[in-house]
Design a protein around this ligand. Structure first.
Ligand SMILES: *Cc1c(COP(=O)(O)O)cnc(C)c1O
Length: 366
């Protein structure tokens, strides 16, 4: 720390310099985050100093959090769903497994999950001392429900399905998994961190949410396709008791108990998430999601004309390809664990960006 403070001018010229080293979203094709909606930014700023960790002091902000949970619960076919705003999919998944461990007591608990799960489950299982039982995928990169059933034993407390996988954009067979969960008395968590803000707005889709009997909890990230500011995740549960199972006493706060993982929690991104949903409405979200899906299809067509075939036809706006190994600057793409080129067609990836990328690939590889 400096002995004496510096001028604002000096500080901000340094900050701006550093900020310019960041990659602009205009060339980012690899991220599940996007430019926040202007309405989210405005709402975020209004709630900048709010702390959801002390809801008795920030009653209005706490109401907004509950309104968000209620909106999402209704979207996911359980208007009575309970939940809270997390820092993102990672925290939601950790908390889901905590609930599973407490609600379904086993001697040496294990969790059955697909090979395609997000790496946050590694952290969760490590922290909670849960044995991770990974189930192979079928030929379309979805969890094989038959093999999932075989992996279950008397120590299994939880099964996880993903609705919109991070790497291939696939939806696991949620209905079959729900049946398996009920047959074996398991906690069933659906990780819809990405897909939760996509699938309800697709023209056609299989049920993936609380409409499916057996689904216990669901993770969804407004800071991804919900276009809110970072960090905004949500964890929803079918029954309040599941969340309450995590409650601990809080001696010095305005409320006596809390079940969240974080303590001090930002209200800004939560207000942002609700503002976007209300501003766009169902038809606004449908327009954005269907635009992203059209762009995904256009990208796949374009890449295939140059001989780079799709790895799979995705359920959501994540496209994966056999090659090329490298793409020209300034494009930023990613690579899956199996070695496929991966591109996420987020709302900031407009049609003209897709066309420019396809042209660049053509010039470099044709
Ligand atoms: C992004 C993602 C996560 C992790 O979310 P964070 O917000 O980065 O913590 C978890 N699961 C899935 C399926 C995801 O796509």
């Amino acid at each position: 720390m400096h002995n004496h403070g510096r001028t604002e001018e000096e500080i901000f010229s340094n900050l701006s310099l550093k900020r310019r080293e960041d990659t602009g979203y205009g060339s980012i094709l690899s991220s599940m985050c996007t430019v926040p909606h202007p309405v989210a930014v405005k709402a975020h700023n209004l709630f900048m100093e709010t702390n959801l960790g002390d809801p008795g002091l920030f009653k209005g902000t706490a109401d907004i959090e509950q309104a968000l949970i209620s909106r999402l619960g209704t979207l996911f076919h359980e208007p009575e769903a309970c939940g809270y705003a997390t820092s993102g999919g990672t925290e939601s998944n950790i908390q889901a497994l905590r609930m599973a461990k407490v609600c379904k007591k086993r001697q040496r608990p294990n969790v059955v999950l697909p090979e395609s799960v997000h790496f946050s489950f590694r952290k969760a299982c490590d922290m909670l001392c849960l044995d991770m039982r990974t189930v192979p995928l079928d030929e379309r990169y979805r969890m094989d429900a038959g093999l999932a059933k075989e992996a279950i034993d008397e120590n299994t407390c939880c099964i996880v399905g993903v609705a919109g996988t991070t790497e291939y954009g696939m939806i696991d067979p949620i209905k079959e998994l729900g049946q398996i969960a009920m047959d074996h008395d398991l906690f069933f968590h659906v990780d819809a961190a990405f897909g939760g803000m996509v699938i309800p707005f697709l023209a056609r889709h299989e049920p993936f949410d609380f409409l499916v009997p057996g689904v216990s909890s669901l993770a969804v990230d407004p800071h991804k396709m919900g276009m809110s500011t970072i960090p905004a995740g949500c964890l929803l549960v079918r029954e309040k008791e599941m969340l309450c199972a995590l409650s601990i006493d809080t001696p010095y706060l305005s409320v006596k108990q809390e079940f969240t993982l974080g303590g001090t929690r930002p209200g800004g991104p939560v207000a942002g998430a609700l503002a976007v949903l209300d501003y766009l409405g169902r038809d606004g979200m449908e327009a954005i999601v269907q635009g992203c899906m059209n762009n995904t299809r256009r990208l796949i067509d374009g890449m295939e004309t140059f001989g780079f075939s799709r790895a799979v036809t995705p359920d959501v706006n994540v496209a994966t390809f056999n090659g090329p190994k490298k793409v020209p600057a300034p494009w930023r793409v990613s690579c899956t664990r199996k070695g496929h080129l991966r591109i996420v067609c987020m709302p900031h990836v407009h049609r003209d960006i897709i066309e420019k990328f396809i042209r660049d690939i053509g010039e470099h590889h044709a």
